[in-house]
Design a protein around this ligand. Sequence first.
Ligand SMILES: [Zn+2]
Length: 276
Amino acid sequence: MRDDHSTFLSAALGAGADCLIFRGNQLLVDAAGGPPSVWRDYLAAVAPLRVIPTGGGPGEACFVAEVAREAEAPRDHEFRHLKGLLDTLPRALRERAVRSLELLEFDRAHQYCGACGSMTILKPDMIARVCTNDACAREHFPRVSPVVIMAVERGPEILLGRSPHFAPGLYSTLAGFVDAGESAEDAVQREVFEETGLHVRNLRYVSSQPWPFPHALMLGYRAEYAGGEIVCAVDEIEDARFFHVDHLPPVFPMKYAMASVLLDDFCKRHGRPGVL
Ligand SMILES: [Zn+2]
């Protein structure tokens, strides 16, 4: 473990501090899927790979630690993939876990300066890493990758598609990364056209949501169908079609997912029960 991680480990074990513990994308929880009661003894004994501060409110000192892939959970606890916990963790803990996982990824991927190759050190007050080469001194910040995800609507119908890697029968809203130098609105137009050959208009921003696998920011939009015939992008979209609000297919069974938020908004605007 690096010196700065050792310093943060001591601080995380100090009185009043709190620390989440990850193994890869898996969060340590108790048997009921809640916060672990034994994290302090476990952290003191387990020799984590890294420990970093994640901020916190006044008087709080919050940290996140990562343990090795082969580390075992303590008795009556388990490591569970964060995706499977997003619907059940209390909101404050979920937000903290999402942020912590993104900061772990930042720490893993930015040990060296991308401009000159020198080592970087953490600036905890800013959650940034700074290059130790004085001639460079570049600051690096956590990466956030914007992704647009959109409900394309045609009256009481919504466009849903499925990619070849989805579970059989499952559909979702279209989505894609925003390109360098592109606006989110242009990305919506481009992604819908590339994936289905359709044109859209009257874009409306709905809401956003972090998706830390590894560092996406989902930007939810709705848009009106403006023209074109569906032609699915080869290898990307296996099937795409408009579904009537009364005949929706199975969708991702995760309430936290932005696709569920968009679908819920669509159903409620058409006087149907929501899906959340
Ligand atoms: Zn540098």
